[in-house]
Design a protein around this ligand. Structure first.
Ligand SMILES: Cc1cc2nc3c(=O)[nH]c(=O)nc-3n(C[C@H](O)[C@H](O)[C@H](O)COP(=O)(O)OP(=O)(O)OC[C@H]3O[C@@H](n4cnc5c(N)ncnc54)[C@H](O)[C@@H]3O)c2cc1C
Length: 384
């Protein structure tokens, strides 16, 4: 039996960031993942600079031998409408490949990582947890993504409304790269006409990433096929796609009823359902929740009771907003009116720049999460 202080289930951006946040804590941390790295993850692979900043990643060093596509503009429209180009003249975002990015985060996290370990069994013990009958820990972190077994263990079966999305990333050959009308510095976003989601066409060097995600749960494949047809008809891609799209689900913050803590356990990243509501960006919330969780664990000084861990959901609320906000806001206007107004607004260059790109996608007004991002309370205030 391998005993440790903190056992993290999942070595995606959330789990690796949490382990990295604990690297100087003196705690014995083990990370388990069912995959062997490098592994792929269904994702667009678009990140904001805040992600690199929070993890103290040097962009130049990262780019050595890996894809780091600088982005300095966006093209925005609803599908079939005139596109608005929003340019910045400097790098405002990046494209990464998840097979490279996740392995990089995992290898630098500072903890012992065990790959190819799928979680089959979770048991409570007197002072913590026993996993698969092989690992014992006082504190368990659920970082296994949307279908995280730890989230299932503490929440049971619950009704949720996730985003469902399909994606395809592939290397283009020379002729395909030359004919592809999408430029790496300028990803293209296409909102569905009913505004239940959006599609993207995102080039990273010679890799092309195409995808579409929607909040409603019906006929996703038909929407994806229609989107690919549109990309062909509009001349964006003039070649056949090499394979089928793959699908995945995840929860937007505000749409998740999941309980995030219990005695000796907490959830981070997609396991907690934290992706940004308007853009679906989930990597930044995964990284930030992992770092916040790491800080909370250090502040509890070994007392992992639910009472002491309660600061974690409170800090997430401070950082990401009220978790019931999204559903309330969505109910304010009838859907037909909202969609009509939004489609009109998407034809307005000023709206596309300030609201869609800067507010929804780049979240330029959200300050970076830079350590020490959580103030340690006075010892007296820590006592419950
Ligand atoms: C189609 C699509 C496109 C997206 N595009 C973007 C984008 O461009 N930018 C962005 O910011 N976000 C995007 N997202 C969201 C983003 O991918 C997620 O929010 C992010 O990956 C969450 O990170 P995580 O570490 O919480 O989970 P994950 O990245 O899912 O990592 C979970 C890890 O847990 C492991 N695991 C799972 N189950 C077990 C188990 N039983 N035992 C052991 N290990 C287990 C998995 O192998 C995996 O390594 C997209 C999502 C989808 C579906």
């Amino acid at each position: 039996m391998r005993s440790c202080d903190v056992l993290i289930i999942g070595a995606g951006p959330a789990g690796s960031s949490c382990a990295w946040g604990l690297r100087s804590s003196g705690l014995d941390v083990v990370v388990l993942d069912k995959a062997s790295f490098p592994r792929d993850k269904i994702c667009g692979g678009w990140i904001t600079p805040f992600v690199l900043q929070a993890l103290e990643i040097d962009a130049v060093e990262y780019a050595r031998g890996r894809t780091l596509q600088p982005i300095s503009a966006f093209r925005i429209s609803s599908i079939g409408q005139e596109q608005k180009t929003i340019s910045y003249g400097e790098t405002v975002s990046y494209g990464i490949r998840r097979c490279e990015f996740d392995e990089y985060l995992m290898r630098r996290c500072g903890a012992e990582v065990r790959e190819n370990v799928a979680i089959k069994n979770i048991e409570r013990s007197d002072d913590g947890w026993i996993i698969n009958g092989e690992f014992r820990a006082r504190m368990l972190i659920g970082a296994g993504g949307h279908f995280c077994p730890v989230a299932r263990f503490i929440n049971g079966r619950i009704t949720e409304v996730p985003v469902i999305a399909q994606e395809l990333e592939f290397p283009m050959n020379e002729a395909e790269a030359a004919s592809c009308q999408v430029s790496g510095e300028r990803p293209e976003l296409f909102f569905c006409r009913d505004l239940q989601g959006y599609g993207w066409c995102f080039r990273k060097g010679n890799f092309l990433n195409i995808g579409l995600g929607r909040l409603d749960q019906h006929k996703l494949s038909e929407h994806v096929s229609a989107f690919v047809g549109f990309l062909r008809d509009s001349g964006k891609i003039g070649f056949s796609l090499p394979r089928r799209f793959a699908g995945h689900a995840y929860l937007l913050h505000g749409y998740s009823p999941r309980k995030l803590i219990s005695d000796g356990v907490l959830l981070i990243g997609d396991s907690a359902g934290l992706a940004y509501e308007q853009s679906g960006e989930g990597i930044r919330p995964a990284v930030e929740s992992g770092l916040i969780a790491a800080r909370v664990l250090q502040m509890t000084r070994g007392d992992y009771s639910a009472e002491r861990l309660a600061q974690y959901p409170a800090l997430l609320q401070q950082r990401f907003g009220d978790s019931s906000r999204a559903e309330r806001a969505a109910k304010r206007l009838p859907r037909g009116v909202r969609n009509f107004v939004a489609r009109l607004l998407l034809r307005n260059g000023h709206f596309c720049r300030t609201m869609v790109v800067e507010n929804w996608f780049l979240r330029m007004n959200d300050p970076p999460l830079v350590a020490p991002f959580v103030q340690e309370p006075e010892p007296a205030r820590l006592a419950i």
